[in-house]
Design a protein around this ligand. Structure first.
Ligand code: 13P
Length: 256
């Protein structure tokens, strides 16, 4: 059995004070759930990572970053390395988010380099893949996801593979309020698991978690995560309030 992972991608939101307050509130809400079975992670902006590190660890929350550069150090103005992210307490790093691909020049090859750098620093990459609405309408979903996934996992060794996390985030479902139907997501997750099986073999693939992302909220999270290949959620908007994020965690655990 794969432990479910619920991860909150805060994107470009929260000052240090706001981030601290959200983690505090979240820790209270999650305590209210009693013993937790799902793993929970938050991904604040870089500027708030250090400030929330201790509160996260006290609350049993994992910490992650939203992006990384693949080089360890050097003349790369504005960039942050995986080693630096480990240094501020991160366990996870998102790579290849569709917003980075669409607006900040992430190529399939660069996403692979980022995933390898994250693993090299002993952290876990959350590798995002997903099609646009136009690609879905042209019937290209499986091919697009395949190309993105294969490029991203090309530098990943079979030894590292069991720890990686994949996030299927259809671009048309991100921030739109219109989530993929559970059967649509499951179909793509099953395809992803098949591709991973070809790359890494059966046993390794059984351990890899595949998250769904795109307008996840407390009202749809339970249904989505009941599908056999949906091992958790990568949450944007609904991770910005402790109420809705805790509601999603509760749904991941089948609790009222
Ligand atoms: P929303 O949950 O706001 O749709 O964002 C999803 C996402 O992009 C998480 O990485």
């Amino acid at each position: 059995m794969r432990t479910k992972l619920v991860a909150g991608n805060w994107k470009l939101h929260k000052t240090v004070a706001e981030a601290r307050a959200l983690v505090e509130e979240l820790s209270v809400r999650l305590r209210g759930l009693g013993g937790r079975r799902a793993e929970v992670a938050v991904m604040p902006p870089f500027t708030a990572l250090w400030a929330v590190r201790e509160a996260c660890s006290a609350a049993g929350l994992q910490l992650g970053a939203q992006d990384v550069h693949w080089e360890e150090q050097g003349a790369f103005t504005g960039e942050v390395s995986a080693k630096m992210l480990r240094d501020v307490g991160c366990q996870y790093v998102i790579v290849g988010h569709s917003e980075r691909r669409a607006m900040f020049g992430d190529t399939p090859e660069n996403v692979g380099k980022k995933a390898a750098a994250v693993l090299g620093a002993g952290l876990v990459p959350i590798i995002c893949v997903g099609e646009t609405l136009a690609e879905r309408e042209r019937g290209e979903t499986m091919a697009v996801v395949r190309a993105q996934l294969e490029a991203a996992v090309a530098p990943v060794t079979a030894g590292d593979a069991p720890t990686i996390v994949i996030a299927y985030e259809p671009v048309w479902a991100i921030g739109t309020g219109k989530n993929a139907e559970t059967y649509q997501a499951q179909e793509v997750h099953e395809h992803i698991r098949g591709l991973l099986r070809s790359a890494f073999g059966e046993g390794v693939t059984d351990a890899i978690r595949i998250l769904y992302g795109g307008s996840v909220k407390p009202s749809n999270a339970g249904d989505l995560m009941s599908a056999p290949d949906i091992d958790g959620a990568l949450v944007g908007g609904a991770s910005l309030s402790a109420d809705s994020f805790a509601g999603i965690v509760a749904a991941a655990e089948n609790r009222p």
